[in-house]
Design a protein around this ligand. Structure first.
Ligand SMILES: [Zn+2]
Length: 226
């Protein structure tokens, strides 16, 4: 596979920045898979190897998966033949130690001929106020799960789901001001140090993540060049 065709992308952003949504769009447009660490762990836990049992018990106990194991699982996943056109990492690495370990793994000699290493890091930038508004205003149809938002996306008829006509709506219990602020703090403390690391390597491109989803994905399209 010629090196030019591979795209290895990391999507970074604070909680509520839209990185999951944009990773999914980019994944579809480029025809390459997007992964979060959670996806990979859940995938591994389905097997019945010793490793699967270990991961399953870590998930069940709510324990963190150690960096070394996380990186090894990620590396195995990314190297699968179905990912030969590249990959998108959605919200991983989550901290500097993971970014360094991932680079070491993907730059190792055994992958030298495959170009596994990261070649673009997109950082979705959104002000805290915007994230807070975006998260605490969201709710969904209790029946068909369509997402709505108090400020940005009300149903066409107030209180009636556009898709299924349902009249009951739910909110996630952790979409409160306090939890959002605490997740933003964690991002700043734990994940933000990854940003200058990729900047120093010349891989970082910042994207204004405010505005409608299609406006942001158009900005990303221009950067990625598809
Ligand atoms: Zn509905």
């Amino acid at each position: 596979m010629p090196e030019m065709l591979r795209r290895n992308i990391v999507m970074m952003g604070a909680p509520g920045s839209g990185k999951g949504t944009q990773s999914a769009i980019l994944s579809e447009k480029l025809g390459i898979n997007a992964f979060s660490m959670g996806d990979i762990l859940r995938g591994v836990a389905k097997g019945d190897s010793e490793e699967a049992k270990l991961v399953k018990s870590l998930i069940e106990k709510g324990n963190m998966v150690p960096d070394q194991l996380a990186i090894r699982l990620m590396e195995n996943e990314l190297f699968k033949p179905e990912n030969e056109k590249g990959y998108i990492l959605d919200g991983f690495p989550r901290e500097l130690s993971q970014a360094e370990a991932l680079d070491t793994a993907l730059n190792s000699e055994k992958y030298a001929q495959y170009h596994m290493n990261i070649d673009l890091v997109l950082l979705l930038q959104v002000p805290d106020d915007y994230v807070i508004d975006r998260i605490i205003g969201r709710y969904q149809c209790a029946h068909c799960k369509t997402l709505y938002h108090e400020k940005f996306k009300q149903p066409h008829v107030y209180g009636v789901c556009d898709v299924c006509g349902g009249k009951e709506f739910t909110r996630r219990a952790d979409d409160t001001y306090e939890t959002v602020v605490s997740r933003l703090r964690t991002f700043r403390r734990v994940t933000a140090p990854v940003i200058p690391y990729y900047e120093m390597k010349g891989l970082l491109v910042c994207v204004d993540g405010t505005g409608p989803i299609d406006v942001v994905s158009e900005k990303i399209r221009k950067i990625v060049g598809y």
